[in-house]
Ligand binder design. Structure first.
Ligand code: PHE
Length: 462
């Protein structure tokens, strides 16, 4: 960052803000990757799809496809020090590439619409855990509490607004004073909380069955569709395909080793996912419950399980705080994409841009939150609003974005220009790695992602 600040100052421009340290870079980027996906999606999908065998496939998919796309985004961002749209406008003037950035802004908006709804439920559960209202060993009871929440109108809307106001305040504080400072404090807390809950879960009698569910490798479960599921998950998990990483890359300094950052983030994110599985499944099995998917695991089974164990309320509070922490880092990165875009392309103050963004998200997000109640009659393509936003982003916009990021680097940018950024102007001696990366983004990733895209849309069937 230093060099750019210097340049900007010499040109008489106001210096652009950025991350102030390598630790901050890792914290913010990892904060974006770690999210609700680690806690309910990854562990469950792993357990259902062959345990350790699936983790292996996931790692390969993350390493060969998601990580290269993430690196492409970071490089495009750092090269231009501009938002997702501005970055393409700088690198490919008068060409339609900026539309990739526009698609990113739209994606982040739509993901926020449903993500802030679920994050709202999580935040409300922190308070419910403290108050003791979700403390019950009867699944019927915890089910009833969850139903009352999601079938309400005022309560879920209030919590969604709460999340937006909370994260919006952090965004307003700025890139290094807001995002970097908060994620730097939150990431270690998340890790310690996970460790505590892991130890509690592992020391319960009968925990080993849950470990078996999570880890026992079963290669017979691996099929084409499981491989595609791993690929899709690796994509969403690392927040790629929608300009988040372009935006964060634009705040990184010239001395950050970007390939190393990507590897560190990817491996740490996978570790968090595995640790989340260890927190959940041994406990679930120890009390004779069956693992379930999505909302019912997190909001119905988990409270019941924790209520059944000694010091359950304490661990339940810790658990929901850690989920809220995970969601916060992801939301910050989602918000930053439109905010950076508005600030830079329309020269609007950060404060106003953030305010406008969260108000607009509150409006669109309320249609997701009310999609099972007031708006339950409204369906588009046979889906309610919540599912529609999820489907359009995860199954269409993110993979499409990913393909274009890869194609841009592989076919439009070219090796020489790319390598300048990859190697920090030749200071890092990593040409071998750069060649492997280049082949991956030029040929392998676009084809593999296209397969996932077409399968997800039902054009190809296995
Ligand atoms: N990676 C986040 C998660 O696992 C989700 C996310 C996707 C965040 C895209 C930002 C951008 O929950």
């Amino acid at each position: 960052m230093q060099d750019t600040w210097l340049q900007d100052t010499q040109l008489g421009k106001k210096p652009r803000e950025g991350f102030s340290s390598s630790v901050g870079v890792i914290a913010a980027t990892l904060g974006s990757a770690v999210g609700l996906g680690n806690i309910w999606k990854f562990p469950y999908v792993t357990g259902q799809n062959g345990g350790a065998a699936f983790i292996l496939i996931y790692l390969i998919a993350a390493l060969l496809i998601s990580a290269p796309i993430m690196l492409s985004e970071l490089m495009i961002g750092r090269k231009t020090h501009a938002n997702a749209v501005g970055a393409f406008k700088t690198l490919a003037k008068h060409e339609p590439w900026f539309l990739v950035g526009v698609s990113g802004v739209i994606s982040s908006f739509l993901i926020m619409a449903f993500y802030s709804c679920v994050a709202g439920w999580v935040f409300s559960y922190v308070f419910k855990a403290v108050a003791g209202t979700i403390e019950s060993t009867s699944p019927q009871q915890t089910f009833a509490v969850f139903q009352t929440l999601v079938n309400g109108v005022g309560e879920p809307l209030f919590w969604q607004l709460f999340v937006l106001a909370f994260t919006g305040t952090i965004i307003m504080a700025g890139v290094s004073k807001g995002i970097e400072r908060v994620t730097k404090a939150l990431m270690p807390i998340l890790f310690v909380l996970l460790l505590i809950v892991d130890i509690r879960s592992l020391t319960l009698p009968g925990a080993s069955q849950g470990l078996k569910f999570l880890f026992q490798p079963d290669f017979s479960k691996i099929s084409i569709s499981v491989i595609l599921a791993a690929l899709g998950l690796a994509f969403f998990k690392l927040s790629v395909g929608m300009g988040t990483m372009t935006t964060y890359g634009s705040y990184m300094g010239e001395n950050e080793n970007l390939p190393k950052t990507v590897l560190t983030v990817m491996l740490s994110d996978t570790l968090v996912s595995i640790m989340a599985g260890i927190a959940i499944f041994p406990a679930v099995y120890a009390f004779g419950f069956k693992p379930d998917a999505g909302p019912s695991l997190l909001f119905i089974t988990i409270p019941t399980v924790f209520s059944s164990m000694p010091f359950g309320r304490f661990f339940m509070i810790l658990f929901f705080i850690l989920v809220a922490v995970a969601a916060t880092g992801a939301i910050l990165s989602l918000l930053e994409v439109p905010v950076a875009y508005i600030v830079e392309e329309y020269k609007i103050s950060r404060r106003m841009a953030t305010l406008g963004t969260i108000m607009a998200i509150a409006l669109v997000g309320s249609t997701a939150t009310l999609s099972t109640t007031l708006l339950s009659q409204m369906h588009i393509f046979g889906k309610n609003f919540f599912d529609l936003y999820d489907f359009v982003t995860s199954n269409i916009l993110l993979p499409l974005g990913g393909i274009f990021f890869a194609i841009f680097v592989g076919w439009r940018w070219g090796f020489e220009d790319m390598f300048e950024v990859f190697s920090n102007h030749g200071r890092l001696k990593n040409e071998g790695l750069a060649r492997i990366y280049f082949i991956l983004v030029k040929f392998f990733a676009p084809v593999a992602i296209a397969l996932v895209l077409l399968t997800g849309l039902g054009f190809i069937q296995f």
